[in-house]
Design a protein around this ligand. Structure first.
Ligand code: MSP
Length: 536
């Protein structure tokens, strides 16, 4: 992916959003994937010392939610309240998501502003009344073209299916209001040309450009056959199309039309994180809406791939939606946050497998990282009564570790902070951990300890200092990914009294060698990543 510096975002907050999720059901791994990625990205930027705004929320209008509520015998409002409070918000808390705001599209701060925005487009002559006839997929809440539909087989023989949900589309015939989207094709293409980083990854950009080059049709932005939505302000027989309503959350949540100072400071987003299935809404319709209203466009729309089960997109409707709790109960929250970003290249599809998760957990988290932390703490306890010794004989081997750290910091910062290459950034940190393990194996402090000469004791002190100092940096670098184990490690190194709270450690300083002062109290706490059998 092309890198774009956050400095391009101007002086305001580094603003990152997730899609707002449909609350027709409880969250599954696919939803949590994007939300964790955004959380790691924003924690990383906070730890760079930047001002950050991380937004998530829920998409509560439309036919899909209305039908689910009806099927469950409650009103759509009651349905959404229950799911938001009992499923969505608690999951984000459980996964340590540090979002700055949570917007629900049924909130007045949103609905009022959406009406104003749409009224404004109407007043500018961007909206007209017309008739629509064509296929619609309710699970996607999207108008489809005949060309993209699949022919049904078996129980759906003779019907046309949505290519994503593999369920029959419905034929709509309605009087609707239309947004003149077709007028924006050339302007959008020009924007993509001038800002190649606008849509990422490259494959997603190519797909969108090809789609826009084929010519855009005007977009139906209202529905008149049901009423669970925000009313069109000048014609209350219509509700606003749920996608127009939903996309506007990125503006209403940061003060559009209500708090000019906040809006100015935050809008537009630096990164909209989206699944690849909703890329066109974000990379075509959303920027066209903003252009029509004279608002600035987001800096980047970054599409992630799907988590797959049995070769299909994991979803509740396919009955493959795995609850994150099933995995966090077994592996813990930190390992969960780490695994999907570590194992799948961001932007590509990835299959979830219990075996792969277990194998990586054991080799990288428990053995490479967790064991390193506990061995070092145990040796400082045994040989130096738990007081971190001074590095008295820093030589070539130690310098190689210091240099390795500086490289890991640079690499991780570029990859995670700029390119959203989480797998590459995490790999850089874990390569460093491997290097430190190699160093310990070579230096064999447990052997050096047997020699009581002053020279050997100085070597022993240096080796353990070096390993502890390397761990200090790992706690800082891994804090955005795995905040709980990083806090435990920080505590075990006795770092806080000397260096202050972990969250205040800057990424830019993480590679400065020698930050952890000798004399800190090192204690061996519980294993950072217990063996899996013990957690069952
Ligand atoms: N409500 C809209 C988004 C509006 S944003 C203005 C929506 N909601 S959704 O709940 O259906 O999907 C939200 C996100 O979850 C999408 O980005 C989608 O790609 C993602 N995922 C749903 N299943 C997924 C996987 N199996 N894997 C990865 N992400 C997937 O669309």
């Amino acid at each position: 992916m092309a890198a774009t510096g956050s400095e391009q975002a101007g002086t305001g907050a580094y603003y990152v959003s997730t899609p707002i999720y449909y609350v027709n059901d409880a969250p599954h791994l696919g939803h949590a994937y994007t939300t964790v990625a955004g959380d790691v990205l924003t924690r990383w930027h906070r730890q760079r010392g930047e001002k950050v705004w991380y937004l998530t929320g829920t998409d509560e209008h439309g036919q899909k939610i209305m039908r689910t509520a009806e099927a469950n015998g409650v009103s759509p409002g009651e349905w959404c309240d229950k799911l938001v409070e009992e499923s969505w918000k608690p999951l984000w808390k459980h996964l340590r998501i540090a979002n700055d705001d949570f917007i629900r599209t049924t909130e007045k701060r949103h609905t009022d502003r959406v009406q104003e925005f749409v009224q404004d487009l109407y007043d500018r002559g961007e909206i007209y009344q017309g008739g629509y006839e064509g296929p619609y997929c309710v699970p996607c809440e999207e108008y489809k073209t005949f060309g993209e539909l699949l022919d049904g087989e078996g129980e759906f023989a003779g019907q046309k299916l949505c290519p994503i949900h593999k369920k029959p589309v419905e034929m709509l015939q309605e009087e609707n209001y239309f947004f003149k989207l077709s007028a924006y094709g050339e302007k959008l293409l020009a924007h993509y040309e001038v800002h190649p980083e606008f849509i990422q990854p490259e494959s997603a950009r190519n797909e969108v450009m090809q789609f826009v080059r084929q010519g855009l049709e005007d977009l139906s932005i209202s529905r008149s056959t049901f009423d669970w939505g925000i009313k069109i302000p000048w014609d209350d027989k219509h509700v606003i199309y749920v996608w127009v309503d939903a996309l506007l959350n990125y503006a209403t949540a940061v003060g559009y039309g209500a708090d000019p100072e906040k809006f100015e400071e935050t809008f537009p987003a630096d990164v909209h994180l989206v699944g690849k299935d909703i890329l066109r809404f974000h990379a075509v319709i959303w920027p066209a809406m903003l252009m029509a209203n004279g608002l600035p466009l987001p800096k980047r729309v970054v599409a992630n791939g799907w988590l797959m089960v049995g070769g299909e997109k994991m979803s509740k409707s396919n009955l493959t939606g795995i609850s994150p709790h099933e995995l966090t109960d077994h592996f813990g929250v930190d390992a969960y946050r780490w695994y999907f970003l570590r194992a799948i290249a961001f932007g590509q599809d990835g299959s979830f497998s219990w075996e792969d998760f277990s194998a990586r957990y054991t080799s990288e988290l428990a053995n490479d990282y967790g064991n390193l932390a506990s061995r070092v703490a145990a040796m400082v306890g045994k040989y130096f009564d738990g007081a971190l010794p001074e590095s008295l004989a820093h030589g070539e081997a130690e310098q190689a570790i210091a240099d390795g750290l500086a490289t890991a910091v640079r690499e991780a910062d570029e990859r995670i902070g700029e390119q959203l290459d989480f797998a590459g950034g995490i790999a850089a940190i874990f390569d460093f951990i491997k290097q430190v393990n190699g160093y310990l194996t070579e230096q064999a402090p447990w052997k050096v300890a047997k020699d009581e000469s002053a020279e050997a004791q100085a070597r022993l002190a240096t080796i353990l200092y070096t390993a502890a100092e390397a761990l200090r940096a790992c706690a800082v670098l891994l804090n955005p990914v795995m905040p709980d184990s990083s806090a435990k490690l920080w505590d075990s190194l006795g770092a806080e009294p000397a260096l202050g709270p972990l969250a205040e450690q800057r990424i830019a300083d993480a590679g400065t060698w020698g930050k952890l002062p000798a004399g800190t109290t090192v204690t061996k706490g519980a294993a950072l990543f217990p063996r899996l059998e013990e957690t069952k």
